[in-house]
Ligand binder design. Structure first.
Ligand code: UDP
Length: 268
């Protein structure tokens, strides 16, 4: 999510007390309670193909809020800094205000999506090693893939920052791959965004935006079933069911979700 939009004073329904900072495709940013903070609100809107395909998927925002909290907390635990401070309620989390680096940082373990298409690779082919690539965040241009040399040349990030971003992305990849493997899911690829925070005069990089099945490809290890936004992109079924499956396996389902029936357990 970029933070470029002009400020305006209206919130969405029921949120008028907060000052809207930016509205993106799947999230809204409001001014936070303290300087240097934002409230990040997760909408139910799903978009694909640069917003050509749109739908409202009931419950998606609640699930992504929980899942992103879970992954960001895990990253903090292993020493990868993030913008996440705490979850506030079902759809909102408190985050640190950051300067978003205008790049989509993509890590791939298996060929899929645009890479499979570009290189004519079979979907699911194991890559020789994890590959980190960058797209320039610009919807009007369709987020074009950019070589690293462009990034320093155009001043989007310094060479030192690029080295740090690659190391962070690979740590996030190892963490996410391990967490997913533990619940029988293969992490095919994912996208993260990186933000800059200033501690006195020193810039520091943190993982920002969100980490959720909206920005990962997740395949069931046994069956190959897709449990991510491709379910929506490719009309493979109910997206909320797929995300619920991921949340259930990770044990992060919100307690008051009513469409998650629990069976009585036989105690011997
Ligand atoms: N991705 C994303 N936002 C984007 C583009 C990609 O979250 O704007 C994620 C996508 O869900 C996948 C990974 O980044 O997990 C790699 O996406 P790819 O380049 O294959 O593009 P796609 O096939 O999604 O257009």
């Amino acid at each position: 999510m970029t933070h470029r939009a002009a400020r305006c004073d209206t919130g969405n329904v029921g949120m008028a007390r907060r000052k809207l900072v930016y509205e993106g495709k799947a999230k809204i940013l409001y001014e936070g309670p303290e300087p240097g903070t934002y409230v990040q609100y997760f909408k139910d809107d799903a978009t694909a193909f640069n917003a050509e395909k749109k739908a409202v998927i009931e419950g998606k925002g609640v699930l992504n809020n929980r899942l992103s909290e879970y992954f960001m907390n895990g990253l903090t635990q292993i020493g990868v800094p993030t913008h996440f401070i705490k979850r506030l309620n079902m759809r909102e989390q408190l985050i640190r205000q950051v300067e978003i680096i205008p790049l989509e940082v993509i890590v791939r373990n298996f060929a899929a999506g645009s890479m499979a298409k570009r290189l004519g690779l079979a979907e699911g082919m194991a890559l020789p090693r994890p590959i980190v690539e960058f797209s320039y965040k610009d919807d009007a241009l369709g987020d074009p893939l950019v070589p690293e040399e462009y990034i320093a040349a155009f001043g989007w990030a310094t060479q030192q920052e690029m080295d740090d971003i690659v190391s962070m992305a690979l740590r996030v990849n190892d963490f996410m791959s391990g967490v997913m493997y533990g619940v029988g899911i293969k992490l095919i690829d994912f996208k993260i965004e990186i933000g800059r925070v200033w501690d006195n005069e020193f810039p520091r990089l943190v993982v920002a935006d969100e980490i959720s099945p909206d920005s990962c490809r997740l395949w069931d290890i046994e069956t190959g079933k897709k449990l991510d936004k491709d379910v929506f992109r490719q009309d493979l079924g109910d997206l909320a069911d797929a995300y619920t499956e991921v949340a259930k396996r990770l044990g992060v389902l919100p307690t008051n979700v009513t469409h998650a029936p629990t069976k009585p357990t036989l105690i011997n």
